[in-house]
Design a protein around this ligand. Structure first.
Ligand code: MF3
Ligand code: CO
Length: 249
């Protein structure tokens, strides 16, 4: 069931999502060669708590950290570690959620570490383009499948793939609500968007093949073929004539 939010609820989600955007602003500049992913986790957690919010991922189905920090071929749920040190030329996705006053905001960005190559930059750009192409379609009356299809088409245009088993989602009091928003789909299918829906559109891009595998820690999802990955996510609200990005400053 898709929960339609009142303007008051959208405002609460906007505030939670603003905290996530603030983390990107504050922690993004700390991403450099030589720092550990655990350091980024701890800095992000400080920003979140400093805003009177809670890192929603911590303890979520037992997830052991406050953010996901996913490097290179890791597409999702990289667990921050003091032993994982970033190197020049890496790309790293920070994917995190904040809960404030009972409502959740969620966003992800892939960042460069030091000087990156064209191959790495291209992955960052494709995820962002897929998000922008998809979100541009959002308004009441549009089929959700159109959004999903646009993500898939953008990835394919560059010879890239999207994961089959990990999706975007509705958001509100819970991090994950209906509707589920795959990175692939068929135009003219699925539920119709309505004013007051709050959703996370999150293109996840694999450089080559779509297959992924979960490491023994039970969380870390990596590209099976070892190719690069990228991710771009915002929490958005469907408005009367389009959309509003909530995870921004
Ligand atoms: N923030 C992720 C999303 O975009 C979910 C992370 S799940 C966790 O939906 F368990 F790692 F927290
Ligand atoms: Co999400």
């Amino acid at each position: 069931m898709i929960i339609i939010k009142s303007p008051r609820e959208v405002a609460l989600i906007r505030e939670a999502a603003r905290v996530v955007a603030l983390v990107f602003e504050k922690v993004g500049p700390l991403i450099k060669p030589g720092v550990s992913t655990k350091y980024l986790n701890d800095e992000a957690e400080k920003v979140i708590r400093g805003e009177g919010a809670i890192p929603s991922e911590l303890g979520y189905y037992g997830y052991p950290a406050s953010i996901c920090a996913s490097v290179n071929e890791c597409i999702l749920h990289g667990i921050p570690s003091p032993r994982q040190i970033l190197r020049d030329g890496d790309i790293i996705t920070l994917d995190l959620c904040a809960t404030k006053n009972g409502y959740v905001g969620d966003a992800a960005r892939t960042f460069p570490v030091g000087i990156i190559g064209e191959r790495q930059q291209r992955m960052i750009d494709i995820a962002k383009e897929a998000f922008e192409n998809a979100v541009a379609l959002v308004k009441p009356g549009v089929h959700l499948g159109d959004i999903c299809h646009m993500i898939e088409m953008t990835a394919k245009k560059y010879g890239c793939s999207v994961p089959r088993d990990y999706t975007g989602h509705g958001i509100g009091r819970s991090m994950h609500e209906d509707p589920y928003i795959p990175c692939y789909g068929k135009e003219g299918t699925g539920p119709l968007l309505k004013e007051g829906m709050t959703i996370c559109i999150e293109p996840m891009i694999l450089e080559h093949r779509p297959e992924v595998r979960v490491l023994k820690d039970g969380w870390t999802v990596v590209a099976k073929d070892g190719g690069l990955t990228s991710h771009y996510e915002n929490t958005i609200a469907v408005t009367h004539d389009g959309y509003e990005i909530l995870s921004k400053l």
